[in-house]
Design a protein around this ligand. Structure first.
Ligand SMILES: Nc1ncnc2c1ncn2[C@@H]1O[C@H](COP(=O)(O)OP(=O)(O)OP(=O)(O)O)[C@@H](O)[C@H]1O
Ligand SMILES: O=C(O)[C@H](O)COP(=O)(O)O
Length: 394
């Protein structure tokens, strides 16, 4: 990575404004998955051990510039304190007198968590006034919020214009792993693209077609490709306006020598429910009033084999409606194949695929699970992430 990191600067005695992505899932005020908090610990611990005065900032949810009581960061501060095994001071504001006083009270190695930065309308507008107010609290800016790096907001981008700005360890790792996959991949390199819609994956498929040896398609978006091949898809997800695009992707794959893998059989259901009637049918025999909700057993085997023969696999998007047990087997098979393939470096591109891997209890068997959903998708589209661009070059 050509950006400076916290290793390249002196942090001792400095007030460090560290942007993290603590946008964790919550239910009834309780954190249901603290992966993102844990992922930021190496940076926070480094700052503590090296005598920084640590000021953490994050968003939670989408409060749209207003105070939303349920989106306060108190539960996050508590969890962070437990994980760090040290007190974490939490303010009820992210700027202003209360915050300035709390920062002035910090000793070397102390940790302060500011209130949800998205309570301020200036955050998402990348208002220079708010960015400056954040910057005035600190001597150094550290961005460890990879999950929010695709957002040009006051605490992710704007602030970097007013302070020396470097990356944290999580940011560095995400950029290095995803960056290597895209620029210098071990081969055979396979991308597995699933999820609901072609529309959301156009950029990724386009970019990856130039880089991969194998492209595996699954999930709801596969049926637009199936239709493009001339088969009926019944009531399966279909984006009529993307059929031509699907055709052009398949042609482009052929031109480039990319092997393009589509489901050969699917699990169809008579309604969208876990207890629906189901059957396995070949891809060219989807009944007109049934919908395909998972890849079938032959496809699972086919995809397993491709995974086994790959040196690097990047996976984004589930193979079926994995939230329902009946339609989870395709996604599980891909996760298991990645877990078993010892010589295959597996990169999970955040979002639902990461949730699936967690659900199947296979997270610790993957080589890298991105903490970014939208951010990793934009990175894989080949886009520059504003939160990264704004950091100081080496
Ligand atoms: N065959 C299918 N029919 C209908 N829905 C499907 C099918 N296969 C997968 N899905 C649904 O697609 C959803 C996931 O797709 P989505 O594009 O939202 O997430 P993703 O690809 O993981 O991207 P992100 O990283 O943004 O979360 C899941 O909720 C899953 O149930
Ligand atoms: O959950 C995420 O992907 C990040 O925290 C970014 O959140 P956002 O999509 O609300 O900007």
């Amino acid at each position: 990575m050509n950006k400076k990191t916290i290793r390249d600067v002196e942090v001792r005695g400095k007030r460090v404004f560290c942007r993290v992505d603590f946008n964790v899932p919550m239910e009834d005020g309780a954190i249901t998955d603290d992966t993102r908090i844990r992922a930021a610990l190496p940076t926070i611990q480094y700052l503590i051990e090296h005598g920084a005065k640590v000021i953490l900032a994050s968003h939670l949810g989408r409060p749209k510039g207003k105070v939303v009581e349920e989106l306060r960061l108190d539960a996050v501060a508590k969890r962070l304190g437990e994980l760090l095994e040290r007190p974490v001071v939490k303010t009820n504001e992210a700027i202003g007198d209360e915050v300035k006083a709390a920062v002035a009270n910090l000793n070397e190695g102390d940790v302060l968590l500011l209130e949800n930065v998205r309570f301020y309308p200036g955050e998402e507008k990348n208002d220079p006034e708010l960015a400056r107010a954040f910057a005035e609290l600190a001597d150094l800016y550290v961005n460890d919020a990879f999950g929010a790096a695709h957002r040009a907001h006051a605490s992710t981008e704007g602030i970097a214009h007013y302070l020396p700005a470097v990356a944290g360890f999580l940011m560095e790792k995400e950029i290095e792993v995803l960056g290597k996959a895209l620029s210098n991949p071990d081969r055979p390199f396979t991308a597995i693209i699933g999820g609901a819609k072609v529309k959301d994956k156009i950029g990724v498929i386009e970019n990856l077609l130039d880089k991969v040896d194998n492209l595996i398609i699954g999930g709801g978006l596969a049926y637009t490709f199936v239709k493009a091949l001339g088969h009926d898809v019944g009531k399966s997800l279909l984006e009529e306006d993307k059929i031509e695009l699907a055709k052009s992707f398949m042609e482009k794959a052929k031109e480039k020598g990319v092997r393009f893998y589509m489901p050969v059989d699917v699990v169809v259901a008579d309604r969208f429910a876990n207890d629906a009637n189901t059957k396995v049918v070949p891809i060219d025999a989807i009944p007109s009033d049934w919908e395909a909700l998972d890849i079938g057993p032959q496809t699972r085997e086919l995809y397993r084999d491709v995974i086994r023969q790959s040196k690097l696999v990047v996976w984004n998007g589930p193979m079926g409606v994995f939230e329902m047990e009946t339609f989870s087997h395709g996604t599980r098979a891909v996760a298991e194949a990645l877990a078993e393939a010892a010589d295959t470096y597996s990169v999970i591109g955040g979002g639902d695929s990461a949730a699936a891997v967690e659900k199947f209890d296979l997270a610790d068997k993957m080589d890298h699970i991105s903490t970014g959903g939208g951010a990793s998708l934009e990175f894989m589209e080949g886009k520059q992430l504003p939160g990264v661009v704004a950091l100081n070059d080496k």
